[in-house]
Design a protein around this ligand. Structure first.
Ligand code: HSE
Length: 412
């Protein structure tokens, strides 16, 4: 018998219990022994749940139970989740998690602890919900040097942008709709401001490039400044706006990691990944480009990935199959201000004066027709890529000259 414990009986934890308990026979065949959830740890009681009898409030019941082989951490956050994860690993139990914040910040420490105690710390569900991405990158693409990972990594913001594009909703309307449907949380800031996507691109970048990349070192821009006018301008340019996490190995060997809304050509693989779906492209030197897509969040898609990891910990002979990366390497990250992009810049107010000021500063600009956007908006694109630092300096100069620069967006 393989006994499992689940920490946290929220959306993901309860999905994991359901999936394990409803597939007992199938999983017994797959791992060669019956699999069941013995204990669920949560501070709350769930008297109406069919699993009420499994709920305990004290983590020691798991830590001290020699029968429990694998622990699912579905608590989230960094404090209690880290403490319980450390204790479970130290007690000789495998830990499986969907907690992207914990993996992004403390992956290296937890991998080392798992190694020390001869157990595994697995995290397939931490990025892309039900999409297989961690194991394919670590194993199926092992023959490649990974040069770039680009992803729509947050379902909530992808839903908001999709509704702004397809139904002409404003940002506030689309956010309210996402909240009413249960996609966005009451406090949507971690999604909208890009922090959730940042944790996920840090995990993928750490995996791709072999060293821990902290979310604290990444340039993050959310979608809160994206307006209906930007969506309309993107359409005029044959593009769609998507919040992307990007991790690129530059020619000088440094890593460019960022989270920002990007203009992507309508024909690009990620352009039509819509709604709450996630999509991730990985570029490798042998394989060229591969696209992974599917449900990036939700109870059962996430449980699908978590339980696959659980089964992996139970198969005989897997104990040393590790997916991990090393400690952070100082000086590895590129300075974002030095990295060049083409830009779309939207100005507001006296458009003629604003575009004249832009032309003086930039030398040459491509003016974007704004019919159907607003008579108060003007826009231009930079014909050639320029470093972000230079773009920002010029935007500041325009502002100092009295021009309202409403937004600027990078082209992919
Ligand atoms: N809030 C996240 C999203 C949940 O919208 O993608 C999955 O990490």
């Amino acid at each position: 018998m393989a006994a499992i414990a689940v920490l946290g009986f929220g959306t993901v934890g309860s999905g994991v219990v359901d999936v394990i308990e409803t597939h007992r026979e199938l999983f017994a065949q797959r791992v060669g022994a019956p699999v069941y959830v013995k204990t669920v740890v949560d501070v709350r009681d769930f008297p109406d749940s069919p699993y009420a009898g499994k709920i305990v409030h004290d983590f020691a019941a798991v830590e001290d139970d020699p029968e429990i082989v694998t622990v699912v951490e579905a608590i989230g956050g960094r404090r209690i989740a880290r403490d319980f994860t450390r204790r479970a690993l130290a007690a000789g139990k495998n830990v499986v998690t969907s907690n992207k914040e914990l993996v992004a910040y403390h992956g290296t420490e937890l991998f080392a602890l798992a190694r020390e105690h001869g157990v595994r710390y697995l995290f397939e569900a931490s990025v892309g919900g039900g999409i297989p991405i961690i194991r394919p990158m670590a194993q199926c693409l092992a023959a490649n040097e990974i040069t770039e990972v680009t992803g729509i990594l947050n379902g909530t913001t992808n839903y908001i942008l999709t509704r702004m594009i397809n139904a002409s909703l404003s940002f506030d309307e689309a956010l309210k709709e996402a909240q009413a449907l249960g996609y966005a949380e009451a406090d949507p800031s971690a999604d909208v401001l890009g922090h959730d996507a940042c944790r996920k691109i840090c995990i993928l970048a750490s995996l791709a490039f072999g060293a821990q990349i902290s979310p604290d070192d990444v340039r993050i821009e959310g979608i809160d400044r994206v307006a209906a006018e930007d969506i309309a301008l993107a359409d005029t340019l044959g593009c769609r706006i998507k919040l992307l996490g990007r991790a690129q190995k530059l020619d000088d060997g440094t890593l460019y990691i960022s989270v920002a809304p990007f203009l992507i050509p309508d024909g690009a693989p990620l352009a039509r990944i819509d709604g709450v779906f996630n999509g991730i492209t990985v570029r490798g030197d042998s394989v060229d480009e591969v696209l992974f897509c599917g449900r990036g969040a939700g109870k059962y898609p996430t449980a699908s990935a978590v339980v696959a990891d659980v089964l992996d910990t139970l198969r005989p002979g897997n104990a040393e199959r590790r997916i991990e990366w090393g400690p952070a390497l100082p000086g590895r990250l590129a300075d974002c201000r030095q990295v060049s992009h083409r830009y779309l810049v939207r100005v507001h107010g006296d458009v003629k004066v604003a575009l004249e000021a832009a032309e003086k500063l930039f030398g040459y600009i491509d003016v974007v027709p704004c019919d159907g956007v607003s008579i108060f908006d003007g826009a231009f694109t930079t014909p050639a890529p320029i470093p972000e630092g230079l773009l920002l300096a010029r935007v500041e100069k325009m502002r100092a000259a009295g021009v309202t620069v409403a937004n600027h967006l990078m082209f992919l």
